[in-house]
Ligand binder design. Sequence first.
Ligand code: FES
Length: 148
Amino acid sequence: MNRREFVKQSCALCISGGIIPVALASCQSTHYVNGMVEPNGISILTTEFNYIQKEKELTRQFIIVQNDKLEFPIYVYRFSDTEYSALWMKCSHQGAELQASGDHLQCPSHGSEFNNKGIVSNGPAERNLRSFQVSPIENKIVIDLRQS
Ligand code: FES
């Protein structure tokens, strides 16, 4: 099952009431963004973390950045207005694409899990995820793809 099928099936379960409210909250917070290509990486507007629900302004925990030029998406977790992590969604075990679930990432292939800083929390993966430097600049954040 790929990421899109997983999200579609998970949200279908949420809508039908088959999963507890915690899972419903994670469905609502998954937001995909097409990143803008920059000279040294990719950027997104900080407003992508904002959304309105029942007339309240809320902030997403994370978003997933995609672009045709990226082999894998990037999970961007927001700790505060000035602190983010950006993680390559490629499992460090055998390279499967990871699935984001709130403040952690899971691998559908063999069950490895990683926290929101890319640190392995459950094997069989032994190496942390590739991560990128994130710089908030005015109304956007820039993910530097030159190093890891
Ligand atoms: S490829 Fe991710 S745990 Fe094996």
